[in-house]
Design a protein around this ligand. Structure first.
Ligand code: UD1
Length: 426
């Protein structure tokens, strides 16, 4: 099995560039279904989740050419199926992003129901309630969601009970061809929602308010293909900036908009990290000790749940006690138990983690519990005494391109290597 092996305690400094945002690229790829023809996406990250979305589109009948390391040319004129099977949805829950586009283009969709996953139940009830308001009928059989639109799609006002990213995206895409005006109230405001609305508008949609809690979509008859650049990955950037703050030596991260990490960077400053913001870059450094602070995750512009584990890593070495409250996903503290194996002093009480900062962490064998937790374990390994070996690194591959190479270029002593799988021992 593949593991990442890190020797802690080496200086890390320099510059690193981030790729396009995973969470944007996946939805933009799904949205190409709505504009029959050839759409080109640039700044697409070369990560396994993008490969899976590519398989989903091909299964629907699309043709995809990889024009360069970060450029996908997607021809959706030949899309002729509206079925997304379980084996793909089971590999990646975000495959459900094709629901809205398929309903838009064909008035019908069959998408396997996503199961639970290791960071919580991750239901899709809000997607379904919202789509029903637009006139979509649902039936459920053999593990599939079957959506039909016997009377077409009609604009409506949908108030989301929670500002769900996925539900906002599916609703926005499903309403592009609906008759009249759709209003999404309590919409998610993440930068990836804005990127999707921008591309749909370039394609001919009429969407206003993306990035605010109220999004309005005026129905149009058709969309046309475009060329679009994926927004920079704020979470990849935040991960490297957390590494910089942890180690302390100056680090510059390029290729994203620091405004997309507003609260994260403010919290880093409270923790004693110096932050300099440029137009599409950010520089961090730290001279003094790490200071404790409390964080609570919330939808954007709140503190992102996708930066919770990396930040807990910093707090595990701060000079006092911090409380981390996870409000977005249940079961997102699995990273904490791995960090405890490295000497972290963390107590979990429901959706709170009480973190007592320690003087040092010690390298250990740990398992990546999920994508961000896996990256955060590597952060911990950079400053831990001795060797850290991380297994289950397929989680990290889902969302970080050239993760080991990028850290290595900054000076980390890190390698990806194959070791015998102990589970296969007699
Ligand atoms: C997206 C991101 C993920 C990020 C999350 C929150 C992608 C591929 N993933 O996930 O990285 O952590 O936003 O910023 O873009 N919920 C319901 N019913 C629903 C929908 C959601 O109860 O119908 C709940 C979920 O179980 C979860 C919370 O709402 O507890 C947030 O989910 P949501 O914002 O939809 O996240 P995703 O779109 O799945």
């Amino acid at each position: 099995m593949d593991v990442i092996r890190i020797e802690g305690g080496h200086p890390i400094t320099g510059e690193v560039s981030v790729e396009g945002a995973k969470n944007s690229a996946l939805k933009l790829m799904a949205a190409t279904i709505m504009a029959p023809g050839v759409t080109t996406l640039v700044n697409v990250p070369d990560i396994s989740d993008v490969h899976i979305m590519g398989k989903v589109l091909k299964r629907l009948g699309a043709k995809i050419d990889v024009a360069g390391k970060h450029e996908l040319v997607i021809d959706t004129s030949s899309v002729d199926s509206c079925e997304t099977p379980y084996e793909l949805v089971a590999q990646m829950r975000a495959s459900t992003a094709v629901l809205g586009p398929l309903i838009s283009r064909f008035g019908e969709a069959v998408v396997a129901m996503p199961g639970g996953c290791n960071i919580g139940a991750r239901k899709i009830d809000l997607h379904i309630l919202g789509l029903e308001a637009l006139g979509v009928h649902f039936s459920f059989d053999h593990g599939n969601i079957h959506a039909t639109t016997p009377n077409g799609l009609k604009g409506a006002t949908v108030t989301l009970e929670f500002a769900s990213v996925g539900a906002t995206e599916n609703l926005m895409m499903a309403s592009v061809f609906a008759k009249g005006v759709t209003t999404i109230d309590n919409a998610a405001r993440e930068p990836e929602i804005v990127d999707l609305a921008n591309m749909l508008n370039e394609m001919g949609a009429r969407i206003t308010g993306a990035g605010s809690p109220v999004i309005e979509i005026e129905g149009v008859d058709e969309l046309h293909p475009v060329e679009h650049r994926v927004v920079g990955d704020r979470i990849e950037a935040g991960t490297f900036l957390a590494a910089g703050g942890l180690v302390g030596d100056p680090m510059v991260v390029r290729g994203f908009d620091p405004a997309h990490l507003g609260l994260v960077l403010k919290k880093f400053e409270v923790m004693g990290i110096e932050v300099e913001r440029g137009e599409d870059w950010c520089r961090v450094s730290r001279a003094g000790e790490l200071l404790p602070t409390d964080i609570q995750t919330l939808p954007f512009p709140g503190f992102p749940t996708d930066m919770q584990a990396q930040t807990m890593c910093l707090l595990a070495l701060a000079s006092g006690e911090s409380v981390v409250t996870e409000n977005v996903f249940e079961n997102r503290f699995m990273f904490a138990s791995e960090l405890m194996r490295m000497g972290g002093d963390i107590r979990i009480q429901g959706h709170h983690a009480i973190v007592h900062g320690q003087k040092a962490l010690s390298g250990a064998q740990v398992k990546a519990p999920d994508l961000r937790g896996g990256a955060a374990l590597a952060m911990a390994g950079l400053v831990a005494d001795g060797i850290t070996t991380i297994s289950d690194i397929h989680h990290i591959d889902r969302g970080y391109e050239d993760f080991v190479e990028k850290l290595s270029s900054l000076g980390a002593v890190i390698e990806r290597t194959e070791v015998p799988d102990p589970a296969l021992d007699d």
